[in-house]
Write a protein that binds this ligand. Structure first.
Ligand code: GLU
Length: 434
């Protein structure tokens, strides 16, 4: 963004701050790509191609409710790019899921897989539904019917979904079962994030939080801080936030604040994160925990801490609150928590932001391990998953760090440069077929 609030194309950059329309994931993803392309040695045609998904499948998903009535929901599967391998990315159940959101999120998956050097491209999908309004039986019927509706575009060699917001191992189990029954053969590799008893990987659920913790630890070391003196605030105490907070706590950091949708708890001396039950484990227990102080989610974001980890939803750091952010560093646990305009302000203020496509990439990395285990029909131990995840995260961290050090890029730009050069290299070598 330049000073008059316009991007390089002269479009006004707004992001939901000051009452404007919220920035969509697609708008953020396109602006980030455009900016990153100026730092990377990638053909303009390749960049133009990458602004568009290969395809977006939109489907209607009828659901028989428990009371016998019928509702129809809309589902999507956006497939952004598969030059490096099958499309890969989650399925979310959230009332605000749209085609554009899925496209933006699928673009981030393409970069995420490339930063990690996984042989996958990017996909994302979901159903526009509030999963809290569904019974378990309704969730199962919805998932099976959605699986059937997108069956022709997914598959272990085509597109491999995984959990995302509002979905988890059980939804993946139903999806895999529905797909397998229709295909006439058990096909565990069609989705990842399954329970281990049906071909899921040990350590998959904790993996995004684990990678957030690993990357935070490396960043703390990079800036010559001491982990024991590092204070951390984590927004969101679900699978990503709780696992990141607990590991950092275990490694000596002082986690002073955590939150769920209902609010945050704060203890300047550090919370006992093992004692706070996660939002997924028992909803309401975070904000209900007996802590010295309670705060709002907004107040948590503005705490004067060393590391702020937004690990709940997208678009939480916007032009509205970015000036009040007091953390020394932001590590993105959620996908897209910082808008494009807010990111520029953080850069100006000298606050490093370790981007989502690197920080939470442990999820898709262990998904890759799971896919390998499914294809080879051989399960890995949890120790092996932890060891290999650590090694992959360090490899990606070091590739990105080199660009930060050598070219003085932001962490996001450096991660994009690593991703784009791998994708661009693959596209140029295979050749576009226009
Ligand atoms: N939904 C997760 C993400 O945003 C995981 C995707 C996957 O494992 O395929 O990274």
């Amino acid at each position: 963004m330049n000073e008059d609030g316009k991007n390089r194309n002269g479009e006004a950059v707004t992001d939901g701050g000051s009452g404007s329309e919220p920035e969509t994931a697609l708008a953020t993803a396109r602006r980030q790509l455009e900016r990153a392309a100026s730092h990377a040695d990638v053909d303009d045609g390749v960049v133009a191609r990458l602004k568009h998904p290969t395809r977006v499948q939109q489907v209607s998903v009828p659901l028989r409710r428990d009371d016998g009535s019928l509702d129809v929901f809309t589902g999507f599967r956006a497939q952004h790019d598969d030059v490096r391998g099958p499309y890969k990315g989650g399925l979310r159940y959230h009332p605000e899921v749209t085609a554009d959101e899925c496209i933006g999120l699928s673009m981030w998956m393409t970069w995420k897989c490339a930063v990690m050097d996984l042989p996958f491209g990017g996909g994302k999908g979901g159903v526009a539904v509030d999963p809290k309004t569904l019974s378990d039986e309704e969730r199962e019927r919805l998932t099976r019917r959605f699986a059937e509706e997108i069956r022709n575009v997914v598959g272990p060699k085509k597109d491999v979904p995984a959990p995302d917001m509002g979905t988890g191992p059980q939804e993946m189990a139903w999806f895999m079962d529905a797909y397998s029954m229709q295909q006439g053969e058990t096909t565990p590799g069609v989705v990842t994030g399954k329970p281990p008893v049906i071909g899921g990987s040990y350590g998959r659920e904790e993996a995004p939080g684990r990678s957030v913790a690993i990357v935070t630890r490396e960043a703390v070391d990079f800036y010559d801080w001491n982990i024991e003196d590092t204070t951390v605030a984590v927004q969101g105490f679900g699978s990503v936030g709780a696992n990141a907070a607990r590991l950092l706590d275990e490694w000596g950091a002082k986690v002073v604040a955590v939150s769920d949708v209902d609010g945050a708890i704060y203890d300047p001396d550090g919370l006992d994160t093992q004692d706070v039950e996660g939002h997924d484990e028992r909803p309401g227990m975070v904000s209900g925990y007996d802590a010295p102080e309670s705060l709002s989610n907004e107040e948590l974001l503005e705490l004067d801490v060393d590391v702020l980890i937004p690990a709940a939803i997208g678009n939480v750091i916007t032009t509205e609150n970015v000036d009040a952010i007091s953390a020394e560093m932001v590590v993105e646990g959620a996908n897209g928590p910082t808008t494009f305009a807010a990111d520029a302000v953080l850069e100006e203020r000298g606050i490093p932001v370790v981007p989502d496509i690197l920080a939470n990439a442990g999820g898709v990395t262990v998904s890759y391990f799971e896919w390998l285990q499914d294809i080879n029909r051989r399960q890995w131990s949890l120790e092996r998953v932890h060891e290999e995840l650590e090694a992959e995260m360090l490899k990606a961290w070091n590739a990105v760090r080199e660009h930060v050090e050598e070219r003085d890029l932001t962490w996001r730009d450096a991660a994009y440069v690593v991703a784009l050069s791998r994708i661009g290299g693959a596209k140029e070598t295979r050749g576009l077929w226009p």
